[in-house]
Structures are given as C-alpha cells and as structure tokens.
Design a protein around this ligand. Structure first.
Ligand code: ATP
Ligand code: MG
Length: 452
C-alpha cells in the first residue's frame, strides 16, 4: 500500500467568504473520492507490474532452458529476441544479436535463398520448415532444421517471424548414441541368453557325464583285458589244432566255424575298444564343458600360447596346411595357460579341417589351405583373429556354431563340443569369442581377452 500522507481536510480560511459550508464539504468529499481512486489505481498498477515481471521472468527462463535455437525477428528480418542456445552456437551475446539481419548468421548463399523463401511463405501466413546452415562461433557451418512461423501483435497484424530449430548434428549424434546403446544392449542380451543356456546345459551335461563315467571306464578296462585273453586263447587253440584231434572235435571245429571266429576276434575287439575310447573321449569333453572351475590363474604370455597351439596342431595335420603368424611384442593376460591353449588349438584345428578339401575334385578347385593369425593389443584388450581361406560358415549355421554338439563333421570325426567348450572358457576369462564370414570367403574367429 502507498504511504502517501492524506490531504489537509481542514475548513478553508475566512477570506473565502460567501462560499457556503455545504459547498466546501462537497469539495472535500470529492477530493477524498479522487484520492481513494488514485490509491486503488496505483495498487492495481503495481500488481499488474508484478505480474508482468513474473511473466517476463517466466519467458526468460523458458528461453534460456531451451536447447533448440530461437530467433524472433521483425518484418524486415532484423533480430528482436534470441535465446541462450543461439548465442552459444553463434558465439555472440543477445545484445549484440539484437538488430542483426538474420542472413548475417547464415553460412552460405543457399541458406540465404532458403531463408528468403521461408520469409515469403511466412508472409503468406504459412509455417515453413527449412534447413539452414548457421555459422558457428568458429565460422563453421552447422545445419539446423528451422521452423519459421509468422508472429502477430495483439490486433492480429503480422509483425515478424519466429524461428525455432535444432542443430541436426546434435540429433544425428543422439541417434548414433542411441543406436550404439541399442546394439550393445542386444549383444548383452544375446550373451546373457547364451550364458543361461550354457549354464543349464552345463548342469545337465555334468549329471550325464558323471553317470556315464563309471560304466564307460569298466567297459574300456574289460575290453583291454578281453583283448589280452582273446589273443592267449587264440594261441592255445592254434596249438591244439596242430595236434591230431579226434574226429568229433574236428567236426565241432567245422560246425562252430572256429577258424573264421578266431580270425574275426581281433578286429571285433579293436572295434569295441575304439567305440569305448570314443565314448570315453565324449564323456571327457562333456566333463570339460560342464566344469566351472577356472584352474590355476597366472600371467600368461599370449604369443607363446599361440606358438604352442600352432606347433601341436601342425604336428597332427597334413603338412600342406600353411599358417601365417608373426610374433609381436609380449602380451600378457591373466588366466589359465592350459585352457587358453585348448581354445586356440581348437580354433586352429577347426580351420585346418575346414580348409582341407574333402574330395579330389575339391582339392583341384580349392586354394592351398591357409590360416592367418594376428594379435592386436588395443586399450585394455587383446584381439586375436583367426582368418582362414576355407568355405566359411553357412549363414543358417552361424547362430548355432557355439551350441554344444553342433557339428558338420561326419560321425567319429567331431563331437561338436570344441567351440562350445572354448566359448565357456573364454567367458570365464572375462573375454568374448565371435565368428563372422569374410567378404572374400573363409571364416574368421575373433578372440577378445582383457589385458592383465
Ligand atoms: N574355421 C571354420 N570354417 C568353417 N566351419 C567351421 C570352422 N570352425 C568351426 N566350423 C564349424 O563349426 C562346427 C563346430 O565346431 P566345433 O569345434 O564346436 O566342433 P567340431 O570341430 O565339429 O568337433 P570337435 O571340436 O569336437 O572335434 C564344425 O563342425 C564346423 O561345421
Ligand atoms: Mg573343433
């Protein structure tokens, strides 16, 4: 409330004689009315002023918090208002921008042309969207998608335009980040699914391997003993057959086809032994697949592991399998050397199997079997690539390649456990194993491990 002192309401001096008291009282009354109207008008004015200040503050906070750039210009294209985002982008203050023609902020003639077209549309009360290149604080063009809207005063007359836009680079960057996050999420989800599948399969397989382990060991043991007994019995019977045996025994020898039986016995035993051995190998593979223990963890030098793996695989494969490998600087990871050797041997053996042609016709067509191994140390990671010139992996097989028992090899040639065991071992080392087909043909396995 205003603190103005009230007017002096005393009666007038005596020299104003002839004016009656009633008239004076009327005048005083009117003055009082005028004064109280004045006071209430002033209160109203101050309230309106406060409201105006509040809404100005509100508009200012809106404009400054906007990440989009904003320009309000008059009919001649001179800037009247701008926001903090525009000031930051063009590197000029709001005062400096006031009165500047919009085309002064544009980076090229094409943008000026588009701006003129947008002004023309806005003049026809239309909203136009144009891509303008603004010149940033360093003089570089920044593409901005601008919507240009006519601006009117309280009587509805057009007084200028409002331009609002977002730098496209920012949208593109945000989109790129979103895409990367989405891809990472998808990969993590796939890995999680695979790990879960492996974990439940691991439990099942551990049970089966445990149950099979005992019977298969006594089958193996007994077959070995039977082999020995069989050869002894054979020697004994051969000695008997040298003698002059009675006729009924001779007849029984014929009837029971003892000679043919003796001839078949060693190969039957060998077949049984081989089958039992293969089953034992599978059981061992299953046990390794389900084993959760990481074994002894040390600082392992990877170049040395690669070289040992190459040595062991080359010993057992055809000599024409050529491996290209150049030893690099020492590279340490923390893990179990035996398990890492097993992973690499499996990858190299698989490449040797895939690249060696099956038939003579294939051999004539195929290039000499080759494998390239490279080791790259990058940030906190080590990347080992195994790229071969084999037939690659059929697209339909790509998603099953790490599944246990997935194999395209003939019975007895592969268990299909190699890659699934390797995958589990690499995961235990905090790494990743991935596969892809090369554009020029052939498969590429990438083994990523964290550096020690
Ligand atoms: N370098 C490669 N090129 C083409 N196919 C491959 C390659 N490596 C693996 N594969 C495919 O993946 C399958 C699974 O491999 P994995 O090592 O798990 O089992 P395997 O080699 O068949 O049997 P095991 O390893 O038990 O001897 C193979 O049968 C083969 O079809
Ligand atoms: Mg294999």
């Amino acid at each position: 409330m205003p603190q103005r002192p009230p007017p002096n309401l005393q009666l007038p001096p005596a020299d104003l004689e002839g004016v009656g008291d009633d008239t004076w009282l009327d005048v005083i009354h009117k003055m009082e009315e005028v004064y109280s109207k004045l006071v209430s008008d002033e209160v109203e004015l101050e309230e309106k002023n406060a409201q105006l200040e509040q809404s100005q503050q509100f508009i200012f906070s809106l404009l400054s918090s906007m990440s989009d750039v904003l320009i309000a210009c008059n009919q001649d294209g001179l800037i009247e208002e701008s926001n903090a985002a525009l000031c930051e982008l063009v590197g000029r203050s709001e005062q400096d921008l006031r009165g500047t023609p919009v085309p002064d902020l544009l980076a090229d003639a094409q943008s000026v042309q588009r701006w003129q077209l947008a002004m023309y549309h806005a003049a026809a009360h239309e909203v136009a969207v144009v891509e303008l290149n603004l010149r940033d604080a360093h003089g570089l063009p920044v593409p901005v998608d601008m919507s240009c809207t006519p601006r009117h005063n309280s009587t509805g007359r057009q007084v200028g335009r409002v331009l609002v836009g977002r730098p496209l680079g920012e949208i593109k960057r945000a989109y790129h980040q979103l895409r990367e996050a989405h891809d990472a999420l998808k990969l993590a989800q796939q890995q999680l699914l695979h790990s879960e599948k492996m974990a439940s399969l691991g439990r099942l397989v551990a049970g089966v391997a445990h149950e099979l382990n005992n019977p298969i060991s006594f089958v193996l043991g007994n077959v070995h003993v039977l082999q020995r007994y069989g050869s002894r019995l054979g020697r004994y019977l051969e000695a008997l057959h040298q003698l002059d045996l009675p006729t009924p025994v001779q007849a029984l020898r014929q009837e029971l086809r003892i000679d043919a039986l003796l001839k078949d016995l060693p190969s039957l035993m060998e077949g049984t032994l081989e089958g039992a051995q293969r089953t034992a190998d599978i059981v061992n593979g299953l046990k390794r697949f389900s084993s959760a223990s990481q074994g002894e963890v040390t600082q392992v030098e990877l170049n040395a592991v690669v070289e040992r793996a190459i040595h062991w695989v080359q010993k057992g494969t055809a000599p024409h399998f050529e491996i290209h490998w150049t030893r690099g600087p020492d590279c340490f990871v923390s893990g179990n050397a035996g398990q890492l050797l097993q992973v690499m041997m499996n990858l190299i053996q698989n490449a040797a199997d895939a690249t060696s042609a099956n038939t003579a016709a294939d051999a004539a067509r195929a290039a000499a079997p080759q494998l390239w191994i490279s080791l790259v140390q990058q940030d906190g990671q080590v990347q080992l690539r195994f790229s071969d010139n084999g037939p690659g992996i059929a697209p339909a097989h790509l998603s099953h390649i790490f599944d246990p028992f997935f194999t395209t090899k003939s019975v007895g040639k592969g268990t299909g456990l190699g890659l699934s065991i390797s995958y589990g071992l690499v995961e235990q080392h905090g790494g990743r194993l991935a596969v892809a087909n090369l554009p020029q043909g052939g498969a590429e396995f990438t083994l990523i491990l964290p550096r020690a």
